[in-house]
Ligand binder design. Structure first.
Ligand code: FAD
Length: 310
């Protein structure tokens, strides 16, 4: 059994593992995909002390740093359930989708988040063939073409401003009657002459020619009318979903499904801590995930030295 098992191998999990291993305790990491969202990121320019890097390069350094310590790294495995100890101090169990079980005296949950999908016909069919979620990664593929951004929150408007510099034209479709993005972003978007913003628009279908996206249908919610736009790309920016489905009913979550954590990273289960994008932390960034991974790991170490083995 482990003293501390980290579930998730993104920046939060990597940081938690290093902090634990440096305490000399038996440390493991179980992750579906080591690197997490950083693997899908191209340019990173806000990882303080590194002026500019790329996602896969940063993941390489993260893995090298973790492997420098005595940490068991188990990848291509998904956790499917966390079972609390019968009494505090007993071993906590993590069930994997493969059917295997791992046991540990403490856990750090760092399973991150993923893009929210529209759930409309055509979205899955044309994913990667015009339907995109990452403007930083896929924006340049639509150079000189027309695209839509779905969602008028901060990420949607940021994406529109970013894309407007690369593509021919951007249409933003917002479901609500007004944008939710910060005023400064809205003003910037409105000042750009190749961005149009349509509010009260419910996207209903992704259109394609069998190979690539050719447009989309939406309902104008103010009139009920169905409308169509011709496009080469659709960037879906309607939020992040925390990867906590496997914790429902066992660990206390916010209504949005984020793990509720204390300042020490504690969750509602004694000995189970959490860090990074999967938690109710207000900002989701690499440096923040790493900081909270360190916090959760130190919190878990404090728990271990204060809790007698049952
Ligand atoms: P994640 O990176 O999401 O990692 C989660 C880990 O958990 C992965 O290893 C995953 O495989 C694993 N996992 C999930 N479910 C399970 C399960 N059930 N069992 C086992 N393992 C599981 N931040 C910045 O600071 N700067 C940027 O420039 C930047 N650009 C970004 C660009 C894009 C396209 C995206 C998507 C994000 C960007 N971010 C950026 C945000 C940043 O990537 C995240 O805040 C950060 O990766 C969160 O780290 P995390 O460790 O909490 O989660």
């Amino acid at each position: 059994a482990f003293d501390l098992l980290v579930v998730g191998g993104g920046p939060a999990g990597a940081s938690a593992a290093i902090y634990a291993a440096r305490k000399g305790i038996r440390t493991g990491v179980v992750a579906d995909r080591f690197g997490g969202q950083v693997l899908d990121t191209v340019g990173i320019e806000n990882f303080i002390s590194v002026k500019a890097t790329e996602g896969p390069k940063l993941v390489g350094s993260l893995e090298e740093h973790v492997r420098d310590y005595d940490v068991d790294i188990i990848t291509n495995q998904k956790a499917s359930k966390v079972i609390a100890a019968e009494q505090v101090g007993d071993l906590i169990e993590v069930e994997l989708e493969s059917g295997a079980k791992l046991k540990s005296r403490s856990l750090v949950l760092a399973t991150g988040a993923r893009w929210r999908e529209m759930n409309v016909p055509g979205e899955q069919e044309y994913r990667g063939a015009g339907v995109a979620y990452c403007p930083h990664c896929d924006g340049p593929l639509f150079k000189g073409k027309k695209v839509a951004v779905i969602g008028g929150g901060n990420s949607g408007i940021e994406a529109a401003i970013d894309l407007a510099g690369i593509v021919e034209h951007v249409t933003v479709l917002e479901f609500d009657s007004k944008l939710r993005a910060d005023d400064v972003l809205q003003r910037k978007a409105q000042s750009m002459d190749n961005i149009d913003i349509i509010t009260e628009a419910l996207t209903t279908k992704v259109l394609g020619d069998g190979e690539r996206v050719t447009g989309l249908n939406y309902t104008d919610r103010s009139t009920g009318e169905s409308k169509s736009i011709e496009l080469a790309g659709i960037f879906v920016q309607i939020g992040l979903v925390p990867n906590t489905e496997f914790l429902k009913g066992d660990v206390e979550l916010t209504p949005r499904g984020e793990i509720i954590t204390s300042a020490q990273g504690e969750t509602s289960i004694p000995g189970v801590f959490a860090a990074g994008d999967v938690t109710d932390s207000p900002y989701k960034q690499i440096i923040i995930a790493m900081g909270s991974g360190a916090t959760a790991s130190l919190g878990a170490f404090d728990y271990l030295i204060r809790t007698p083995v049952a």
